[in-house]
Design a protein around this ligand. Sequence first.
Ligand SMILES: Cc1cc2nc3c(=O)[nH]c(=O)nc-3n(C[C@H](O)[C@H](O)[C@H](O)COP(=O)(O)OP(=O)(O)OC[C@H]3O[C@@H](n4cnc5c(N)ncnc54)[C@H](O)[C@@H]3O)c2cc1C
Length: 455
Amino acid sequence: MNGAGLSARPVNATLHRVARTVREGYSSRTVTAQSHINSYYAATLNDTTRHPRLEGTVKADVCIVGGGFSGIATALTLAERGYKVVLLEAERIGWGASGRNGGQLIAGMSGEGAIKRQYGAKGAKFLRDIRYRGHEIIKERIARYAIDCDLKPGWMEVAARVKHMDGLRAYVEERRAEGDGDHLELIEKANLPEVLGTTEYHGGYVDPMSGHLHGLNLCLGEARAAAALGVQIFEQSSVTALAGGSKPWVRTANGQVDANAVVIGGEIYERFGQPKLRGLMFPTGSYIIATEPLEPELASSINPRDLAVADSNMILDYFRLSADKRMLFGGRCNYSNRDPGDIAATLKPRLTQIFPQLAGTRIDYAWGGRIGIVINRVPAIGRLEPNLYYLQGYCGHGINTTHIAGEIVADAISGTFERFDMFDKIRHIRLPLSGWAGNQMLAIGMIYYRIKDLL
Ligand SMILES: Cc1cc2nc3c(=O)[nH]c(=O)nc-3n(C[C@H](O)[C@H](O)[C@H](O)COP(=O)(O)OP(=O)(O)OC[C@H]3O[C@@H](n4cnc5c(N)ncnc54)[C@H](O)[C@@H]3O)c2cc1C
């Protein structure tokens, strides 16, 4: 038990799972998950479809590795265009970050500064054009395939420090000057109590076109739609080797897929012997607690507009209310890049600092997952050899971006490379370090950014 009133069993089980995941760097070969990790999302999933394990050899136009948003969104786009797709997932659909995240549907992507620095005005226009593309895809799919995933409008970035508010004002003004920000609502500190029941922040802005949702149910719903369009999905089918070139193939312990193209579809930390992936993406942890359902008056006093909220720190806290009015509060637990001993005990004091009203509220779930970080923060989307593609490294900003990336990779496979080349030609920084040393570097980077946040 811990002071937050969390029952020991789910937390220990969660930690055990998270610890195994970290140790193995997401290597799924030795992990056999029968179910999703214990979380609020797993407890409220609305689709229990199980897919078979791959046995023997199958053929496809495209074989996709990974059953998170990246893989499923790519598969669904390709299936909508008539491709025969096979998708291989080591565990279960939505088992990784896609089924565990904060559910914040945020415009744009990480690394926008680096994109503008490399491409100038062309880069700025590109970012404007795709800023809400993932939102559009998700909303279209929710409507077309009747996906029930609690989508709610409204997202807010709050200033964690006085000086951050200047940055948020400048950002909104820049978006408005570009003709892309009239819908953004600046909230000065004096008006904050109308929007959030806390005095901890120094204002912020609201983006009503962004919002929040139940990520696991979105992922499972998109997988269901993909399967209905003929995508063959295999779970418990960890990929052990693959190749592109003139005869691409993908191998698991019990089977093989022969395809015309292969996609490493998601934040997968195995590199399959591909030198271009070495030192590119590193895992870091992010953790969430979910309270018991709040009384309606308490919920609406805390978050009257039912917004998803993220603070302006580099190493940020984020929170929102679930459909059943639980407070879902997430962030980092430490800067060592190691999993915490007790997620709830670490996160609850931060939650109650922001909302003292929740001091006596029970924590029902606590869990964690891996975020794929790339050094310049631009999502890593590209081609490793002919007919071998990859998409990953969304730096914790993946619900919108995975869907954009999936469409861009599907375009490339269909022969349209314009947007794909923008990413493929990004100058990424690759650390000449092994996974362990890279993780230590990341820990040092986290401490550096934390100090910057505090100054
Ligand atoms: C706690 C947390 C909170 C977050 N909050 C937000 C948020 O609020 N908003 C937001 O936009 N983003 C958020 N993110 C980030 C977002 O969830 C991710 O960017 C996104 O889900 C990445 O999707 P993906 O498909 O690339 O990777 P994943 O969802 O991790 O999927 C990769 C899949 O590949 C599978 N796999 C791994 N190895 C193999 C193999 N060898 N063979 C076959 N399959 C394999 C894994 O089992 C996994 O299912 C959060 C992430 C975390 C962890």
